[in-house]
Design a protein around this ligand. Structure first.
Ligand code: ARG
Length: 404
């Protein structure tokens, strides 16, 4: 018998797992993290929903059950650093699930300390990325803890889970019959399984919950001005997790942020993943637009390479690695210049940059203009090209040039 802290969502799998661990004689503390999933669904009573999850764990016989409101922590320690890195895995996925797992791991470790538990457990299967992310983060934070993944040791099919639940008095919500596997937090919602496993099949409308179907989108565009102050985004003065919830609602109404990716998982398989991430899509696009006007060409080129590496680290479960910390410091070097406004136009599934301005803009209209007041020294360009082309000149004289 040991005391175990279990990452508990309140869903069928983790409820069955909770019951099994209790029946095996363990004292189980159910830990549920509030990462803003409910706020993103407009108008839901998040607090009441999460209290129901806590009560469910207690009713199942948990030694104790805690709900931790980690929304602002998720925003400050995970989402904002990822935004500074324009983090998109394989160019498109804003890493919503990937960013949440190291935080869930940190909360497991902290809860284990609080309850003097020597073991933490999660309900991931052996097939996904999340087991890797949680276990590597726990290792990095407290290598002496034991991590258990009971659903990896003994896989649980959906019919088995439902049968076990019926037998042991675990309430089964209506949604247990749902056709998809869904994970969500304020940075995005991921939808997997069911008909989506056929990569030729277009995701049906019922896969989506945060983004409006084409026929239901407004006929007119909406424009939002995202303000950045040293890398921190805001909309009409609203920041943090609340800002993200607002942008999710605004952009989601226009169908912005649907992503359909044949994705490369850490464990080696390709899978078809569908996401809805309206706010992440808008904020990363706005952030990139501001960088384009405030950073030098060299900085942009080098940062693009670093940004891709950053997304890979987050995806691959290496969030707690020293390289991620070093890249945060690198990105911090730009933050002062990430100040300004970006006008985003939301319309029929797209979020387009309509305008950008910054007190730190390197863009100089007098140098760029083709009209009146051109301050650029055209003559200087001739000398520049002569020097710049010297190697080609030599190559041509030796008849080594690549022929057209
Ligand atoms: N494929 C995405 C990722 O690896 C989403 C994972 C969602 N997790 C889940 N347990 N449904 O980040």
């Amino acid at each position: 018998m040991s005391r175990i802290v279990l990452a508990y969502s309140g869903g069928l799998d983790t409820s069955v797992l909770l019951k099994k661990l209790i029946i095996a004689g363990n004292e189980v503390v159910a830990m549920t993290a509030d990462l803003g999933e409910s706020d993103a669904r407009a108008g839901q009573g998040a607090a009441a929903e999460l209290e129901a999850v806590r009560q469910k764990a207690l009713a199942l016989g948990a030694y104790d059950a805690v709900v931790i409101d980690a929304r602002e922590r998720f925003m400050n320690e995970y989402v904002l650093p990822a935004l500074a890195a324009n983090a998109l895995y394989e160019g498109v996925y804003p890493l919503s699930a990937a960013l949440s797992r190291p935080l869930i791991a940190a909360l497991l470790v902290e809860t284990a300390r609080r309850f003097h538990a020597d073991t933490v457990a999660h309900g991931c299967t052996g097939k996904g990325n999340d087991q890797v992310r949680i276990e590597l983060a726990v290792r990095a934070l407290n290598p002496s803890l034991t991590v258990r993944a009971p659903l990896r040791e003994t896989p649980l099919s959906r019919p088995d889970a439902i049968a076990y639940a019926a037998e042991h008095g675990v309430p089964v919500a209506h949604s247990a019959a749902k056709p998809y596997s869904v994970d969500a937090n304020l940075w995005g919602r991921s939808i997997e399984a069911g008909v989506l496993e056929d990569p030729w099949a277009e995701p049906p409308e019922d896969a989506f919950a945060w983004t409006a179907a084409p026929a239901k989108r407004p006929r007119e565009p909406d424009e939002v001005v995202i303000h950045f102050e040293e890398g921190m985004p805001s909309l009409s003065g609203v920041r943090g997790a609340v800002l993200v919830a607002q942008v999710n609602a605004l952009a989601g109404a226009h169908g912005v942020g649907r992503i359909d990716l044949i994705e490369d998982r850490v464990i080696g398989v390709k899978s078809r993943e569908v996401y809805e991430a309206p706010a992440a899509t808008v904020l990363i696009a706005a952030h990139k637009a501001l960088e384009r006007i405030t950073l030098t060409r060299d900085e942009l080129r080098f940062k693009a390479v670093a940004d891709q590496r950053y997304a890979e680290l987050a995806y691959d479960g290496l969030w707690m690695s020293p390289l991620r910390g070093a890249l945060d410091a690198f990105n911090g070097a730009f933050s002062r210049r990430i100040t300004g406004d970006v006008r985003m136009r939301l319309y029929q599934g797209s979020a387009a940059t309509a305008g950008v301005r910054s007190p730190y803009a390197l863009y100089d209209e007098a140098l760029a203009t083709y009209g009146e007041g051109d301050a650029f020294d055209h003559h200087a360009a001739g000398g520049f090209i002569r020097c710049y082309g010297l190697p080609l000149d030599r190559v041509a004289r030796l008849s080594l040039a690549v022929k057209a």
